[in-house]
Design a protein around this ligand. Structure first.
Ligand code: SF4
Length: 432
């Protein structure tokens, strides 16, 4: 038995301790169990192991998670947790701090952790599960590992070998025993995060909702990262299934308006997508947030997307989450030539000034997440942090290959990207 006071101190004041290995279940789209989604990109190898080789229990009390628990108890930093430390240091939301605040109440589970890191009382109460890469879209910046719809394109581009990769869908191969093992934890679940692939297509997610209903866990916080192209599952209306729950958060991906979105998020039908937005925004228990992945495709139209969604009454102004695309590097916003970066910087700064005069930002009595403003500044900082114009040829090369496969033409849809072409060629002849 560990000293309770020391554990309280760790939870409240440590810079490195994190409750995650006692309370959190994270499964990646490749079927691996891993500490959390905040781990540094490419840290998959530092996960707990594959659910295709081990049972949940084996991994939950396995060597890797036990080592992580002991490391947390020794208050030692981990390289892979760098993102959380950085966010903590500038006062942003971090999964580490959030977990300690929300789940510090389970300190008994930490207290009874033995000298080998076994925590027999620990239970996953916060789930972030991606059972597979099953998806109906093949977004430009995505890949086969995250979307099954990419399979044929990935073969045609020579990214995967069809002899090695014989299945479109990857993930937890046999979900039944895994779900059976999870059943005993359903009464304890506090928060669920479904992502994918496309989570609204997955049988397992529908099954978990059913089990939550069975256990009357109607107050569970349920969050989806979804493309919102599909609102029925096995002829059941998904929105009707959500009505049993008090708190559904939909983070809906949108990377452009109209045909721009259809180009980046291939297979999406813009009109149907908007109809689905109309449907879900009518639901009182649904909190709708748009997720924009900032890339070279939309950096010059970022403000336009936000205003379009607001002015057409799809969202409130603070209901936006901006993700910076880091990979593939040749799709990064850093590719923009410096004169265009200046224009975009000015446009975002003007937008920020305008935002500060609008609700909820203009009213100190209104509750809003300050990060919803700060993230605009992060875009400016990220875009201007490096000059990646040398990657413009790779951008055009990769884009042209996909355009040919998909019978599309970048510059027909994004005429403003001619500036990249001009910057690259300077007298070498322009792309058609
Ligand atoms: S500190 Fe952050 S990255 Fe590390 S395990 Fe906790 S939540 Fe995950």
């Amino acid at each position: 038995m560990r000293d309770r006071k020391e554990i309280e101190q760790l939870i409240q004041n440590s810079k490195h301790f994190c409750m995650v290995p006692w309370v959190h279940l994270h499964v990646t789209a490749l079927g691996n169990m891993s500490p959390c989604m905040s781990l540094l990109e490419g840290s998959e190898a530092s996960g707990y192991g594959s659910l295709n080789e081990h049972s949940f229990q084996e991994l939950w009390q396995g060597e890797r998670i036990r080592k992580l628990r002991l490391r947390m108890l020794e208050d030692k930093p981990s390289f892979n947790c760098k993102k959380c430390y950085e966010r903590d240091s500038i006062g942003y939301w971090s999964q580490r701090r959030d977990s300690n605040e929300k789940y510090g109440k389970y300190l008994d589970w930490v207290e009874t952790t033995d000298e080998n890191g076994y925590a027999h009382d620990a239970k996953p109460v916060h789930w972030d599960v991606r059972f597979s890469n099953l998806c109906n879209l093949k977004c430009r910046m995505c890949s086969y590992s995250a979307s099954s719809a990419w399979y044929e394109d990935a073969i045609n581009l020579g990214q995967i070998d069809p002899e090695q990769e014989t299945s479109k869908v990857r993930g937890v191969e046999n979900t039944e025993p895994f779900l059976q093992e999870l059943e005993e934890y359903i009464p304890y679940v506090d928060k669920l995060h479904f992502a994918g692939g496309e989570p609204l297509l997955l049988n397992e997610n529908a099954y978990i909702l059913e089990r939550l209903r069975h256990h009357k866990k109607f107050d569970t916080e349920i969050k989806y990262n979804t493309n919102l192209t599909n609102l029925s599952h096995r002829s059941k209306n998904i929105v009707e299934q959500w009505r049993y729950f008090e708190n559904i958060q939909l983070n809906v991906s949108i990377d452009g308006v109209g045909e721009r979105c259809e180009y980046v998020r291939k297979n999406l039908n813009w009109d149907k997508f908007l109809k689905n937005i109309e449907i879900v925004k009518m639901e009182k228990n649904v909190d709708l947030i748009i997720n924009i992945t900032v890339s070279i495709f939309n950096i010059m139209k970022l403000v336009e997307i936000h205003k379009y969604m607001y002015e057409n009454n799809y969202i409130n102004l603070d209901k936006i989450c901006i993700n910076l695309l880091h990979y593939p590097e040749f799709y990064s916003a850093k590719l923009l030539p410096s004169e265009m970066k200046k224009q975009v910087t000015e446009e975002i700064l003007n937008h920020l000034s305008w935002l500060r005069q609008q609700a909820p930002y203009n009213d100190i009595n209104q509750d809003y997440d300050p990060e919803s403003l700060d993230q605009w500044e992060s875009v400016i900082a990220y875009m201007n942090s490096e000059d990646w114009t040398h990657l413009i040829p790779r951008f055009f090369e990769n884009t042209a290959k996909l355009d040919e496969l998909r019978n599309e033409n970048l510059l027909d849809v994004f005429p403003e990207l001619r500036v990249l072409n001009e910057h690259q060629n300077k007298g070498m002849g322009a792309l058609k």
